[in-house]
Design a binder for this molecule. Structure first.
Ligand SMILES: *[C@@H]1O[C@H](CO)[C@@H](O)[C@H](O)[C@H]1NC(C)=O
Ligand SMILES: *[C@@H]1O[C@H](CO)[C@@H](O)[C@H](O)[C@H]1NC(C)=O
Ligand SMILES: *[C@@H]1O[C@H](CO)[C@@H](O)[C@H](O)[C@H]1NC(C)=O
Ligand SMILES: *[C@@H]1O[C@H](CO)[C@@H](O)[C@H](O)[C@H]1NC(C)=O
Length: 332
């Protein structure tokens, strides 16, 4: 409440609840219907005083701990809600019932652990960012069927189980980021409903194997990130349907071989689009496929000289690319 309003003149009442209204500690930009509360000592969501026509609201670096359906009802035209780096621990069920036009919800950097049923139902959300929270498990009942989401970011949480049931509700998803979690396995048909998926980020998890049919339905994938897992094998047909892939990262895993033929479908790779570095390649006779593929596709590999033999001892530290035909034959 600003000083003008405190005067309490009747003729000012209009301004206090209309054009000039703005929550204490926040900045209101009325022409673009935007409100920003940045790094201020708020401990509660500032419903009071928010202009009713607010479409864009940013509350960041404050101490608010919860948000409810009632809070959001104050701004029924809201389209973008950015709640970066607060102390949010609780979101109410049916949170979005009063903000049906909400398109983007960003909850990055809070302290969310569990979320209630229908927390993201009701609005036609396209982008949901839950990055860097403390979420251990996802639930299919967060959303209704046929969710409009095209962008889901759950990176930097504590997920151990792949969110298979939740993803069944997202046939329109184009971008899925699950990097930096604790995922160990992905069941064969987890990605089956995601025919529109273009980017899949699974790096920095604990995946040690992948099912051969896992990527069968995601034919529009252009970016696939699998760096820094524990993969020791790639199924031969894993990339079979991925003719659109431009970037594929497999670096920092435990790969010793690539099955013959497994890279053949990757005809759309960008220059330097494939990263195979920091794996313990076994340079026996079975490395021949990789060796030939590198000779033919050198430009498509990111730092090809960093694809290095870990064994046998006689070739250790040599780059696969530098091996001669006779060295390969000698080892076979
Ligand atoms: C929002 O409402 C305020 C006050 O009623 C008005 O001054 C402002 O122009 C409106 N903004 C938009 C973008 O409609
Ligand atoms: C949040 O609370 C902590 C202590 O409770 C305080 O030190 C900090 O300044 C507060 N942050 C803001 C932005 O008010
Ligand atoms: C699913 O949602 C899309 C848009 O979000 C809509 O066009 C389509 O009709 C819906 N399908 C069903 C079966 O409800
Ligand atoms: C895949 O991409 C193509 C070209 O961008 C597009 O026409 C097609 O509809 C996409 N397929 C799906 C299932 O979204």
């Amino acid at each position: 409440m600003n000083a003008w309003c405190a005067l309490g003149f009747l003729w000012l009442a209009f301004f206090c609840h209309g054009a000039l209204s703005c929550p204490a500690l926040c900045k209101c930009y009325s022409r673009r219907a935007e409100v920003v509360c940045n790094e201020v000592p708020l401990t509660e969501y500032p419903s009071e005083g928010l202009p009713k026509n607010t479409t864009m609201l940013t509350i960041q670096f404050t101490n608010i701990t919860s948000i409810t359906e009632e809070h959001l009802k104050a701004t029924p035209l809201l389209q973008g809600l950015h709640l970066y780096s607060n102390h949010l621990q609780h979101l109410s069920s049916n949170l979005l019932r009063g903000v049906q036009h909400l398109d983007t919800l960003d909850l990055t950097g809070n302290k969310l652990t569990e979320l209630p049923a229908d927390v993201f139902s009701h609005a036609l959300l396209r982008s949901l960012v839950l990055k860097n929270n403390l979420i251990e498990k996802t639930d299919a009942d967060w959303l209704l069927d046929n969710s409009s989401l095209t962008w889901l970011d759950l990176s930097g949480n504590h997920l151990r189980k792949f969110p298979t049931a939740l993803l069944q509700k997202m046939p329109h998803l184009e971008n899925l980021d699950l990097s930096n979690n604790r995922l160990e396995t992905i069941s064969a048909n987890s990605l089956q409903p995601l025919a529109k998926l273009e980017r899949l980020n699974l790096q920095d998890n604990k995946l040690d194997s992948l099912d051969a049919s896992m990527l069968q339905s995601t034919r529009n994938l252009t970016h696939l990130f699998l760096s820094r897992n524990k993969l020791s094998k790639i199924p031969q047909n894993l990339f079979q349907e991925l003719s659109q892939v431009r970037i594929l990262s497999l670096d920092d895993n435990q790969l010793s071989h690539i099955p013959p033929g497994s890279l053949d479908q990757l005809s759309s790779l960008d220059e330097e689009g494939l990263d195979l570095s920091a794996n313990p390649w076994l340079c026996d006779g079975k490395v021949e496929y990789l060796w030939r593929w590198i000779q033919k596709n050198k430009k498509k590999i990111f730092l090809p000289e960093t694809i290095i033999c870990a064994s046998p001892e006689s070739l250790s530290s040599r780059s696969v690319m530098s091996l001669t035909g006779s060295e390969l034959n000698l080892q076979s």
